[in-house]
Design a protein around this ligand. Structure first.
Ligand SMILES: Nc1ncnc2c1ncn2[C@@H]1O[C@H](COP(=O)(O)OP(=O)(O)OP(=O)(O)O)[C@@H](O)[C@H]1O
Ligand SMILES: [Mg+2]
Length: 608
């Protein structure tokens, strides 16, 4: 679990990335994504305009009712007509607001869905080195929370700018047309509003960012604990972890309360300002009405507009915070999108096609040097030639670099020096999909997806039939085990194939290989979790699958590899011995010693 902490956490402290924020690059990215939906946005603006106009007409109608009819003592027909008109306008406002919301949500959600898809697509093309250094929790945050924040930009920020902006302008126009003097007085309050908003702004932003970073720590902590739950329970660390959780939880709770408090304070301050303006209007307007320089209805309309005036201002200033968080989110997403995979797909002129049905399966490691970090070489000037169809066994000490060799052949990483070739073609010139169709890998702890057994064997490829899947499972001896499961081949496996034993998962991954039939087959400790009975079965299946295929088998159990055409012994990133079982025994080196040990300890039944 500790290695997680070395990884970067995009979801971590937002303040560190704050300096690099650039509102214009945020807008540029968002506008690029928004462009295909520009018609929808025009529609939104149009609907908003109609909706607002309808809303703002209402006080005017009341003003007419008061000044032209009620004050003059006329009631009846005209008032009823005005009432009906008022209702009609309310309905129009409803309809357009509804349309505007739907259009906006449609466009906003489509944009965000697109960003999410691009992001996931990009992440799945990243090299293994990226995942070595990036916290998966932070990528989850990118795909879920950050995109959600961006959707708020469209559904809240943009909407508010359009709708509240228009509303503000219309209200000012209406107020001036009703009574210019009173309108001018109400505008006096604007500078005060700006000062208050500016004072609050940075404080609100910092409380928001703190709450966010505390939340992402809480999420990361929870995720880490979930994946290590078995360990925690077996070492009885529940209390300690709960204590650590409680601390994180309290931090988040505090940060959240602080954020909510400051928000409430900000909003209420606005309310007070609004009410002060209202009092001023009633006082000034009231005197004007008493002095008969203003009609009562006009005062009513004014008071209504003043109330409506503060709402959009408040909204727009609140949106500033959302906009801030959008820039943070966009920046984080952009950082992922702009990270180029270390392992590059070959560009068109240098790419060489690999004909899957005609490749021979020759593999060459030429002077290969590689280290995960520049200062720690793992493989040193390694040379190795695998003949087409050869079966190679690899043994070696823990950490010798066996799995690394395989990762390089799969191009999870690129070599630092030298080259790796398949049939004489540098694998850097082969497209990823060709390479992975040619090279099949079974790992010690095979990954299964949540899905049925059938889907796990055919990896969700619909062109592979159920019969092919069942045939492969029979072939590797997985069939009886699968039939014992509750729903047989349709049994749904949950995350990481929990519900199956490690050996059962390996059997399933063997069936995968039989279905996909790669020309080069790699087994990295692939039978380590099988009992010797089952292993024998798999071995038999394997020896028929590996006919005509180049096969590399890495194993600690010597019985697994002793019949290989050639056995390689690795130590400290170098090949120290190679030859057949008999040759290596005669050589009397490391392999011979390993063999002697294994026999004497009785761990394996090995012939003498
Ligand atoms: N993703 C990684 N990042 C950094 N170092 C790594 C990474 N994977 C492996 N290493 C280091 O590279 C060296 C070789 O590891 P490798 O997994 O190739 O060993 P191995 O021979 O397969 O060992 P084992 O028999 O235990 O599977 C080790 O020292 C290991 O610590
Ligand atoms: Mg290994």
């Amino acid at each position: 679990m500790t290695n997680l902490s070395k990884k970067t956490d995009h979801g971590g402290d937002a303040r560190s990335s704050e300096q690099k924020l650039s509102a214009s690059s945020t807008l540029k990215l968002l506008m690029n994504y928004a462009r295909p939906h520009r018609l929808a946005f025009v529609g939104v603006a149009f609907c908003a305009l109609l909706g607002i106009s309808a809303e703002l007409l209402q006080p005017l109608l009341v003003q007419i009712a008061i000044d032209n009819h009620i004050v003059k003592g006329e009631g009846g027909g005209a008032l009823v007509k005005l009432g009906l008109l008022y209702l009609g306008i309310a309905i129009v406002s409803f309809v357009f607001t509804y349309l505007q919301n739907n259009l906006l949500q449609y466009a906003g959600q489509s944009i965000v869905a697109r960003i999410r898809k691009d992001l996931f697509g990009h992440i799945s093309k990243m090299s293994m080195s990226f995942f070595d250094r990036t916290h998966s929790g932070s990528l989850v945050t990118n795909v879920s929370n950050d995109t959600e924040t961006i959707s708020q930009f469209f559904t809240q920020v943009l909407l508010s700018l359009v709708r509240d902006g228009m509303m503000l302008i219309l209200i000012i126009v209406l107020m001036f047309s009703l009574d210019a003097r009173l309108a001018a007085f109400s505008l006096l309050i604007l500078p005060v509003i700006f000062v208050v908003a500016a004072l609050f702004r940075s404080y609100l932003r910092s409380t928001y960012q703190q709450a966010r970073s505390k939340l992402s720590r809480l999420i990361a902590f929870t995720a880490e604990n979930l994946s290590g739950m078995g360990l925690i329970q077996s070492f009885r660390q529940e209390e300690e972890q709960l204590g650590r959780f409680t601390e994180q939880n309290r931090n988040y709770w505090n940060a959240n309360l602080r954020q909510i408090r400051s928000n409430v304070l900000f909003n209420r301050t606005f309310d007070i300002l609004g009410n002060a303006a209202l009092v001023l209007m009633v006082w000034l307007g009231g005197r004007a009405v008493l002095g008969e320089t203003m009609e009562v209805g006009v005062l009513y309309a004014f008071v209504s507009y003043i109330r409506q005036f503060f709402q959009p201002i408040n909204q727009i200033t609140m949106q500033w915070n959302t906009f801030q968080s959008t820039t943070v989110a966009v920046e984080r997403i952009q950082r992922v999108l702009e990270t180029k995979p270390d392992v590059r797909e070959p560009s068109e002129p240098e790419r060489l096609p690999l004909k899957l049905d005609s490749i021979r399966g020759e593999v060459d490691f030429r002077n290969v040097s590689f280290g995960y970090r520049a200062d720690r070489p793992v493989l040193k000037k390694l040379n190795l030639h695998l003949k087409a169809g050869e079966m190679i066994g690899v043994v070696g000490t823990t950490g010798a670099g066996k799995s690394t060799l395989i990762s390089l052949l799969n191009r999870f990483y690129d070599v630092n020096e030298g080259s790796i070739q398949i049939d004489g073609t540098d694998i850097r010139r082969i497209s990823g999909s060709d390479l992975h169709a040619a090279v099949g890998l079974i790992q010690q702890d095979p990954y299964l997806f949540s899905g049925s057994i059938v889907d796990n064997v055919r990896l969700f490829r619909e062109d592979i039939t159920r019969e092919q899947v069942m045939g492969a499972c029979r072939f590797v001896g997985a069939h009886p085990m699968i039939m014992r499961l509750q729903n047989g081949y349709d049994t749904h496996l949950s995350e990481r194939g929990s519900g199956l034993s490690a050996g059962e998962r390996q059997l399933i991954s063997f069936a995968r290989i039989v279905v996909f039939q790669p020309k080069i087959l790699i087994l990295d400790e692939a039978t380590a979790n099988l009992d010797s009975e089952t292993e024998k079965l798999v071995q038999e299946a394997l020896s028929s699958v590996s006919q005509g295929r180049t096969t590399i088998v890495i194993a600690h159990r010597l019985s697994t590899i002793m019949h290989a055409d050639r056995i390689l012994v690795m130590k400290d990133g170098q090949l120290t011995e190679q030859g057949t079982h008999a040759q290596l025994l005669t050589l009397g080196g490391h392999y011979a010693e390993l063999y002697r040990h294994a026999r004497q300890s009785g761990r394996e039944q090995l012939p003498g």
